[in-house]
Design a protein around this ligand. Structure first.
Ligand SMILES: *Cc1c(COP(=O)(O)O)cnc(C)c1O
Length: 377
């Protein structure tokens, strides 16, 4: 049920038109035979996994990726019938759920194959799995040696269907393309092992968002965009980015205004002291909602189309801004933390720069307790 925006002072508005636009921009890089697996892990990077997946389904997406079995189950409970790949590890205690909810595991651990094979033997047809090869990320993934052992020693149970082979790029947004090209080389070697062992894998996938834009040879048969669907990128300045639109806006409202005098301070530890008569607006959002404490005395928000700087330390559920220069600010005024107001705009990338992180973390940090509103622009 849609939530009326005036009931909650703070809302994250998700623009589904911008989401569809970003998807279209990514599709323009792909050949018609290359499919998209939309990455909706971490609550779709803070945008709401269920609603994002539903919106992307309407745009023709039939494959999703999440990190955990729990995330996959939540999508199934919401009625998503598309393929759902579990990128993260699967624990043996979760294998029953994996099958019950028809989730597709990514196997990085040879030991899991036996258990999956036993469970899959009860299924009417071979159960799809993807194998992950480590080609340089140094995280999850089989070594080339483990892959060869599995495929040549018939360690892949016949109750399983090798639907996909994948790897993950470590530096697709880095300055030097060399290490990424080395990963292609290792991935090609792994695919050769798979082919020579007699398997025809319909899905071969390696590229995340930056990989899609930068390395056409990384597309294979499937790509896994995340961040660019949501309107952001971390491409180096030498690479022209696609035309992306930020999907999420975060807004709250002024709850109190006060005038303080020179020498008076704001918030914990008195880190801000007024040097002039200063008008302070109090906002009902803080670090428990994902407003990073590093924004203290640094971050900005938009009120009445103008920038106001955060003064003092960001509190758990409140933050104060200096509105001395902005005329006619009133209690109840809309405050933009991420998004556009008039001609001014603050992006998750701006916040990432103020806090020394990346747009991904800023978006994921937006608390689940903040209602998401879905709109079309
Ligand atoms: C998160 C993730 C992606 C998406 O990466 P973006 O940089 O957000 O496009 C793709 N593949 C794997 C394995 C991931 O974990």
């Amino acid at each position: 049920m849609p939530i009326p925006s005036d009931v909650f002072p703070t809302v994250a508005t998700v623009d589904l038109t911008a989401l569809a636009h970003n998807l279209l921009q990514l599709r323009r890089f792909l050949s018609p035979s290359c499919d998209i697996m939309a990455v909706v892990k971490a609550n779709a990077y803070g945008h709401g996994a269920v609603e994002t997946a539903q919106a992307l389904s309407h745009q023709g997406i039939v494959r999703f990726a999440v990190f955990s079995i729990e995330e996959g189950i939540a999508l199934r409970h919401a009625g998503i019938t598309a393929s759902i790949v579990i990128l993260g590890p699967v624990f043996s205690q979760q294998v029953e759920d994996l099958f019950a909810y028809r989730l597709t595991p990514v196997v990085s651990d040879p030991a899991l194959l036996t258990l999956l094979g036993q469970c899959a033997a009860r299924c009417a047809s071979p159960y799809p799995i993807h194998l992950k090869i480590d080609t340089g990320m140094g995280r999850l993934g089989l070594t080339q040696g483990e892959l060869e052992t599995i495929l040549t020693n018939h360690a892949l149970p016949s109750s399983l269907f090798l639907e996909g082979v994948m790897s993950h790029l470590a530096d697709s947004d880095g300055l030097e393309p060399g290490p990424t090209e080395q990963q292609f080389h290792l991935f090609d070697r792994a695919l050769k092992v798979v082919r020579e062992a007699g398997f025809s894998t319909p899905l071969m996938h390696l590229a995340n968002s930056a990989g899609i834009v930068r390395f056409p040879s990384a597309h294979y048969s499937l790509v896994r965009p995340g961040i660019m669907l949501y309107g952001y990128h971390t491409l180096p300045p030498s690479v022209p980015p696609p035309d992306l639109r930020p999907v999420l806006s975060l807004t709250t409202r002024v709850v109190q205004l006060r005038l303080i005098q020179p020498g008076e301070t704001v918030s914990y530890n008195r880190t801000f002291m007024a040097r002039r008569p200063t008008r302070i607006a109090v906002l009902p959002i803080g670090y428990s909602s994902g407003i990073n404490r590093r924004l203290s005395n640094r971050g900005q928000v938009l009120i009445r189309g103008q920038r106001a700087t955060i003064v003092g330390i960001v509190c758990m559920d409140m933050v104060m801004v200096d509105v001395t220069e902005i005329h006619d600010v009133a209690v109840g005024d809309e405050v933009v933390l991420i998004g556009q107001q008039g001609t001014e705009r603050i992006t998750a990338q701006d916040i990432a720069e103020w806090t020394g992180t990346i747009s991904y973390e800023v978006l994921c940090a937006i608390s689940h307790k903040i209602p998401r509103l879905y709109c079309s622009s």
